[in-house]
Design a protein around this ligand. Structure first.
Ligand code: HEC
Ligand code: HEC
Length: 247
């Protein structure tokens, strides 16, 4: 039975939720039909298809998730997990599971959470951060160009070591980077038409605010002001326009 306390906890997700056994069993069923080939029976990312895939399917055992709206290091919210499952991660083997019923998605999320103890500890939970909407100047081509020029300098200073001067993912530090799973962490080629985080300015802003857990892509929340981040985003979007360098 859903008590008021657990309903509130579920709403803001700042605490572990009591396991709903029926949902868990339904989730196991959904997982075995849709996810096990990649994420594996033990949730360690070693499914049948794993060996051939790059990036490798995620291990859920560490409880570390890249695409979130919560501060660096924290667990994702249910909305974050739902977005990953229903939209997929562009450019990876993680497709969109848009054919699943809403309840099946909720159930498989419960099952995914059962693989890691991190979900049982309240200190790993945080509410979603508040993100400002993109500035009005994103609607004016001339203003975007000026901001992109400023952003280019900031990109060189803050991002190029890993992502490369041209944002092609080939920075000097790129070859040495590893993630917490011990795998090479390739800085994203930011010129590609679709990013895993999404393609809008707000999606890039979210990554710069939250960082990608488990990878060298840390949060810039403390090191770059909102204005600086929007300038960098204008630059990144500008090199993905058809008039930019050839992709
Ligand atoms: C064909 C292979 C494949 C299948 C099937 C698959 N995934 Fe994935 N999944 C991946 C890969 C690859 C990644 C890692 C992408 C990355 O690290 O950029 C991933 C990552 C994830 C993540 C982590 C996202 C993050 O923020 O770090 C979640 C959650 C996830 N998958 C859930 C699921 C669920 C639930 C299913 C079944 C409904 C499923 N996946 C089926 C390949 C797959
Ligand atoms: C220390 C190296 C490093 C620095 C510095 C760095 N990044 Fe990253 N970035 C990475 C790595 C590695 C990944 C991919 C992580 C993964 O999925 O394993 C990444 C991923 C990203 C993504 C997600 C792409 C997607 O597919 O969704 C964006 C956006 C991004 N970086 C933008 C930036 C910007 C803008 C800056 C500068 C403000 C920056 N990064 C600085 C290493 C770095």
């Amino acid at each position: 039975m859903l008590t008021l306390a657990s309903a509130l906890a579920a709403a803001d997700q700042t605490a572990p939720q009591a396991l709903d056994f029926n949902l868990y069993m339904q989730g196991k069923y959904v997982y075995e039909r849709n996810c096990i080939v990649c994420h594996g029976a033990r949730g360690d990312g070693n499914g049948e298809l794993s060996a051939t895939l790059k990036p490798k399917p995620r291990s859920f055992r560490e409880g570390m998730f890249k695409f979130r709206s919560t501060p660096y290091g924290m667990l994702p919210t249910d909305a974050d997990l739902r977005r990953t499952i229903t939209h997929g991660l562009s450019g990876t083997a993680m497709g969109m599971f848009s054919h699943l019923q809403a309840e099946e998605v909720e159930a498989v999320m419960v099952y995914v959470k059962s693989f890691s103890r991190r979900w049982r500890k309240p200190e790993n939970y945080a509410p979603a951060m508040k993100f400002p909407p993109p500035p009005e100047w994103f609607k004016e081509a001339g203003a975007v160009k000026t901001h992109a020029e400023a952003g280019k300098k900031l990109f060189t200073a803050n991002c190029a070591a890993c992502h490369g001067e041209k944002a092609d993912g080939k920075g000097a530090a790129a070859v040495t980077l590893k993630d917490i799973w011990g795998l090479p962490a390739a800085p994203a080629d930011l010129r590609q038409p679709h990013l895993r985080c999404g393609d809008g300015p707000e999606d890039l802003y979210r990554v710069l605010a939250t960082g990608l857990n488990g990878t060298p892509m840390v949060s810039f929340e403390a090191t770059l002001s909102a204005a600086q981040r929007w300038d960098i985003i204008a630059y990144v979007l500008s090199i993905r326009l058809p008039s930019g360098p050839v992709l």
